[in-house]
Design a protein around this ligand. Structure first.
Ligand SMILES: [Zn+2]
Length: 227
């Protein structure tokens, strides 16, 4: 059985019941799992997190704050922080561009809550998406869902922007598309690599179609996108 991992490449898994421990794919890839498969994953993880805590010499029998932590961690990683790896893409309705809009449509301040693949620490920020439609337009709330689906994985900010742009390009075939992400990386903040909170934002931008080739349009987008 084959399934798209959401960034244009194909992941393959053998037929028959999925053995979660034997099928590996990129941290920011996607392969939907059933509810039962996710539940099995949580149970396996709970034991492993308990082992990790034992190695770290955290007393999880008498410390009331640590007693349920392996289960909490297992649920949080599978059902929240990495849920975009295990669920199909959000349902999206595409509408015809009946009025032949040929201006930029921009959605700002879309929440980005992700996890860095390198250190498994939060990446927190916002995404701005702008596009000039051709034949299709999309509801703005759907952009939020798409960004969430890609960000709830182990990510690298640069690749997340490219994944979102690839997905929207395929979905909408827009004349122009821009994806700007600005985010704080807690692996930097927590480790003291960048002590100054205010200046630890990373900004990435992806420009496609006319935004790549037309400097005036790109300037307009950047002026509207960046507060
Ligand atoms: Zn990191």
């Amino acid at each position: 059985m084959k399934s798209s991992n959401g960034n244009g490449t194909i992941a393959t898994r053998s037929d028959g019941p999925l053995s979660v421990q034997h099928v590996a794919f990129d941290a920011n890839g996607n392969m939907p799992l059933s509810e039962q498969e996710r539940q099995a994953m949580i149970e396996q993880l709970e034991h492993k997190f308990a082992e990790v805590m034992d190695i770290l010499r955290i007393d999880r029998t008498s410390d009331p704050n640590s007693r349920e932590t392996p289960r909490r961690l297992a649920r949080m990683w599978v059902n929240e922080l990495f849920i975009g790896r295990y669920t199909p893409p959000p349902p999206v309705t595409i509408f015809p561009n009946r009025r032949e809009v040929n201006e930029l449509i921009i959605s700002k301040g879309i929440k980005v809550m992700s996890v860095c693949s390198h250190h498994w620490q939060p990446i927190s920020g916002t995404c701005t998406i702008g596009y000039m439609p051709d034949k299709s337009i999309i509801g703005l709330s759907k952009l939020t869902r798409i960004v969430e689906w890609f960000s709830r994985r182990g990510q690298i900010q640069e690749e997340m922007g490219e994944q979102i742009a690839d997905y929207l390009e395929e979905l909408l075939r827009p004349r122009a598309l821009g994806v700007i992400i600005s985010a704080k990386h807690y692996c930097m903040i927590a480790r003291g690599v960048e002590a100054d909170h205010e200046h630890s934002d990373m900004v990435t931008s992806v420009m496609r179609g006319q935004l790549q080739h037309d400097a005036n349009l790109r300037n307009e987008f950047l002026r509207l996108a960046i507060p």
